[in-house]
Ligand binder design. Structure first.
Ligand SMILES: Nc1ncnc2c1ncn2[C@@H]1O[C@H](COP(=O)(O)OP(=O)(O)OP(=O)(O)O)[C@@H](O)[C@H]1O
Ligand SMILES: [Mg+2]
Length: 313
């Protein structure tokens, strides 16, 4: 049995642990049920890296192993200052992806600490522009991210970096989603409904993030409880759809009895009516990005970024 499989449920590697001849653990950065993220020293790359490692209890699941390979492969194609870059991925001795380490914090942590002052308007707009640019790059590689949300955005020294390609996939025009994995509050209606997705689907996720940045964390569409039709909720969906807007765990599509879903019938409050320092023009851009109807939304992150380019802080 490998060292990795001896790790008890919930147990993490200590600082100084040698994962293999290349990687030494420096710190545990975070994790979810399935994965842990460590800050490591790579002797081969001679720098600090972040390492996403599949937890031992998932190492027996073929789908989870496949997901590591898939995410590692997609990340290795990325080469843009606002998109996470992957260095390598391996299944042995532990299924893992090695990527750049970005200090700072993810936007979800920033929201949770209520530290909205960390994002004055000019900085918030710059962040959204950078991510629109990054998403253009992702799409140019033939990939849709499909899980753009605060916990998947790292922010350090004025730079925003899109991470977590665990839901991402290659796409063709007129593609239908294979499932509705993603995170409901940031998921475009066409993704939730398993209709055709495209670059505009990632525009929506980034639009929700922008709306939150402008309004101190509000979601454009408030959630309502509906009876579960079984296809689109998961054990995590009830927390993924909290109306506070601070929670964002992923939804992946299996049973449950009550479902919290965004109510698209009620139009979002204009951001400038929530915060008067936000201009109508800036608020209009966020609202267009979160349009329920695809035809009314920016078609690509490039168009979204161009609109943002025309406004001041
Ligand atoms: N390269 C990195 N540098 C610094 N911190 C990171 C890095 N990658 C991830 N993190 C931190 O770890 C958290 C979780 O990472 P990530 O979003 O990739 O995985 P996840 O959502 O936990 O898992 P899953 O792959 O199941 O969706 C991030 O929100 C971020 O705080
Ligand atoms: Mg994530």
């Amino acid at each position: 049995m490998s060292e990795h499989m001896k790790l008890e449920r919930g147990e993490i590697y200590e600082s100084g642990f040698r994962l293999d001849e290349d990687l030494t653990v420096i710190d545990h950065l975070g994790g979810t049920r399935k994965v842990d993220i460590y800050l490591c020293r790579s002797s081969a790359l001679k720098m600090q890296v972040a390492c996403k490692i599949l937890r031992p209890e998932f190492c027996v699941h073929f789908k989870s192993l496949e997901a590591v390979i898939k995410e590692g492969e997609l990340l290795s194609r990325m080469d843009h200052p606002n998109v996470m870059r992957g260095h390598s991925f391996e299944l042995e001795p532990a299924p893992r992806i090695v990527m750049d380490y970005v200090g700072g914090s993810d936007l979800k942590s920033a929201f949770f600490t209520g530290n909205f002052a960390a994002f004055p308007l000019a900085e918030a707009l710059s962040l959204v522009r950078q991510l629109a640019d990054g998403l253009e790059h992702v799409h140019a590689q033939g990939v849709l991210h499909l899980d753009v949300k605060p916990s998947n955005i790292l922010y350090a020294d004025g730079r925003a970096v899109l991470i977590d390609f665990s839901v991402a996939r290659e796409f063709d025009i007129e593609d239908l989603p294979r499932d509705n994995a993603g995170t409901r509050d940031w998921m475009a209606p066409e993704q939730t409904n398993r209709e055709t997705v495209g670059p505009y689907t990632d525009v929506y996720g980034l639009g929700v993030v922008m709306y939150q940045l402008l309004t101190g964390g509000e979601l454009p569409y408030k959630t309502v409880e509906v009876a579960d039709d079984s296809s689109s909720s998961s054990d995590e969906s009830s927390s993924s759809s909290s109306s506070s807007g601070s929670s964002d765990s992923s939804s992946s599509g299996s049973g449950g009895s009550v479902n919290k879903v965004p109510n698209y019938d009620v139009a979002p409050v204009h951001p400038s009516d929530i915060d008067s320092s936000v201009s109508r023009e800036v608020g209009d851009i966020a609202l267009r990005a979160v349009s329920v109807r695809v035809e009314e939304r920016y078609g690509t992150p490039g168009e979204f970024g161009e609109a943002l380019g025309g406004v001041g802080g």
